[in-house]
Every structure is written in structure tokens, then in C-alpha cells.
Design a protein around this ligand. Structure first.
Ligand code: 5GP
Ligand code: ZN
Length: 216
């Protein structure tokens, strides 16, 4: 089934011929998401079968985090370098938001404001994976409300909020209804509420991205 489409990257990343795999060793594969929901969207896949078969909300504990922290950091570095190489921050007189100043020069600031690390509370793919994604949501693959809300509501569980320590999230169905279907679409840059209007949000995200970034 399609739920196992990530399995090859776990068992045999060395046989993958395209540029999907950015790094692998005995412990992990780091791959580019084939349907990236932002400019940069990586997945970290533990290669131990026992971990790969587990549910992330149950499996990721302090020990797991400790073991994979350095891989998270290298995925973040990858994203920072990509942005540094490709983009410049636009300087505009009326932009008073200091959040963008030097964001491509100051890695800590970039990470704090512009990188999201974590898991989906109800993953669609079976092999355990951690998302490391830039927070632009500027991508042709971002095609519906579900895609957007899966990264911009409580459906997404941040690495920093793990482990959950048994906290009850509700059933999969409840989680999906609350966050993917019912939750309003909120712009991740300015918090403007687009209610259910995905195509309006999509146009707005394009404007937001282009108001802050220009190609080098
Ligand atoms: P989930 O919703 O399970 O947390 O995320 C799974 C991710 O895997 C999605 O972002 C999806 O775009 C991505 N994906 C699905 N199939 C493939 C594939 O065959 N190759 C790669 N590299 N990514 C995939
Ligand atoms: Zn906005």
C-alpha cells in the first residue's frame, strides 16, 4: 500500500538513484519530501525497524530525542544553507517587523522564526519520520486546507513539545476533524484569518513570500 512508500529509504537508501536522499548512515536516512509543502521540506527516518514501525507520538521519548538531536540539527543546517544560497531578504522602508532583519545571516534567528521540526499527530505514512520544514508554505504542492493545517495547527506536534508523556490527544478521527477540517486557515506570517478560503490564503502566501524574499 502507499502507506509504505517510504520503506525503501529506510531499508536501502543506497539503492535510491534520484536526489531524494540527502544523507544516510546506519541510524537514519534524511530525504527530501516528494510533495514538499514549503520551499524546503525534509524527512528524517530512523533505520531501526523497531523504531520505524512505531507510532511517533508513542515512540518519541527523551532517549529518542537525545539519539536523533544531531540529525535534526544537520537537517536544519541544510535548510539554512539552501535559503542563504538561493535568497536575499528584501529591505522595505515600511516593513517595521524586525523579525526579518538578518534572518539569513543569523542561524539561531532563522531557526527560531522560520524552521519547524516535529511530527504529525496522525501520520499518513507508516514508517516513523520527523518533518523538518521551512515555515514559508510557498510550494505548488500545497494544494488544500488539509495540507496547510497539518503544519499550522495542533495537528503538528513540535519536537520541543515531545515527549507527550501519555497526554491524550483524542481519537485519530477527532484530531483530523478538529484541526484539518474545522480549524480556520490562519496565515503563518501575519495571523490573518482566511476561514475556509484556501485559494485566497494561497494567493496571500505568495504575496507574503515575495514581500520578504527575493532570488539572489
Ligand atoms: P505524514 O503525513 O505521514 O507525517 O507525512 C508523510 C510525508 O511523506 C508527506 O509530507 C508526503 O508528502 C511524503 N511522501 C509521500 N510519499 C513519498 C515518497 O514516495 N517519497 C518521499 N520522499 N516523500 C513522500
Ligand atoms: Zn499574512
Amino acid at each position: 500500500s502507499w502507506r509504505y512508500a517510504l520503506k525503501n529509504y529506510v531499508t536501502s537508501p543506497e539503492t535510491v538513484n534520484d536526489d531524494t536522499v540527502t544523507y544516510f548512515d546506519d541510524k537514519v536516512s534524511i530525504i527530501r519530501d516528494s510533495f514538499p509543502k514549503s520551499e524546503c521540506h525534509l524527512l528524517i527516518l530512523p533505520r531501526t525497524m523497531q523504531l520505524s514501525r512505531s507510532h511517533p507520538t508513542k515512540m518519541i521519548d527523551a532517549k529518542f530525542k537525545n539519539e536523533f538531536e544531531s540529525y535534526v540539527n544537520s537537517a536544519i543546517d541544510h535548510i539554512f544553507r539552501h535559503f542563504q544560497e538561493k535568497f536575499r531578504i528584501k529591505k522595505s522602508d515600511d516593513d517595521k517587523d524586525p523579525c526579518w532583519d538578518d534572518i539569513l545571516k543569523d542561524k539561531n534567528k532563522f531557526v527560531r522564526n522560520f524552521v519547524q521540526v516535529g511530527i504529525h499527530s496522525v501520520p499518513s505514512m507508516a514508517n516513523l519520520h520527523i518533518h523538518v520544514i521551512s515555515k514559508d508554505f510557498h510550494s505548488v504542492r500545497l494544494k488544500n486546507k488539509k495540507h496547510y493545517n497539518s503544519f499550522n495547527t495542533g495537528f503538528f506536534i513540535s519536537w520541543d513539545d515531545l515527549p507527550l508523556n501519555g497526554k491524550n490527544l483524542g481519537t485519530d478521527k477527532e484530531i483530523e476533524t478538529t484541526y484539518l477540517k474545522e480549524h480556520d486557515l490562519l496565515c503563518c506570517y501575519c495571523q490573518r484569518n482566511f476561514s475556509n478560503k484556501f485559494s485566497l490564503l494561497k494567493k496571500h502566501l505568495e504575496l507574503e513570500f515575495n514581500s520578504h524574499f527575493e532570488l539572489k
